[in-house]
Design a protein around this ligand. Structure first.
Ligand SMILES: [Zn+2]
Length: 190
């Protein structure tokens, strides 16, 4: 048996401003930075590991926080960035050493232990990276790399979601969402 609200001494609901309603959000979503070179600060210790195929020392860097005061993407966090100690093909450089040198680090590490010590010391210190967008379809693994390949809205700004060309049907679009990724760590004076 349900109570009739007219029989109860129920108080009136609090008035709400429906035009400015505070919908719940899951965490704070800071917009993606547009493609470009940004100052980044790693805010947590890197997680050591190794590359799958050839077992080089690899680190998953703690969240890299974009520093761009006054822009909507200031403080955007980039996760899952990995760097390793394998030389780039045909280049006297590696992703891990690029990362260290991007901090202005001038050491000359020669062992895994020395690399580890150096990368741990970079936490909370700024470096610089070229950031771009990548999206991956969760259903089929299709990837779109590069902000300038994403669709634009009516104002000409790139939008961070894109229909998967394989999984989408006319009735049901399947969307992939862009993440900001570090394409390369650049030297402090580059
Ligand atoms: Zn797909």
């Amino acid at each position: 048996m349900s109570a009739d609200v007219n029989d109860l001494t129920v108080r009136e609901p609090d008035p709400l401003e429906w035009d400015q309603y505070d919908d719940p959000t899951v965490g704070q979503r800071i917009p993606l930075p547009v493609k470009g070179v940004y100052t980044l600060i790693p805010t947590e210790a890197p997680k050591p590991g190794m590359t799958k195929a050839d077992h080089y020392l690899q680190f998953e860097l703690g969240p890299l926080v974009v520093q761009d005061p006054g822009q909507v993407w200031d403080q955007h966090e980039i996760r899952y960035t990995r760097v390793n100690a394998k030389r780039w093909p045909n280049k006297n450089a590696s992703g891990l050493a690029d990362y260290l040198r991007s901090h202005g680090y001038a050491g000359r590490p020669a062992s895994n232990g020395e690399y580890e010590q150096a990368v741990v010391a970079m936490v909370n210190h700024p470096c610089r990276g070229l950031i771009d967008w990548e999206a991956r379809c969760k259903q089929c693994g299709w990837r779109l790399k590069g902000m300038d390949k994403f669709p634009k809205d009516e104002t000409g700004a790139y939008v961070t979601r894109v229909k998967c060309p394989t999984c989408s049907t006319t009735e049901k679009p399947v969307e992939a969402y862009a993440n900001a990724v570090v394409k390369v760590f650049v030297g402090p004076t580059a």
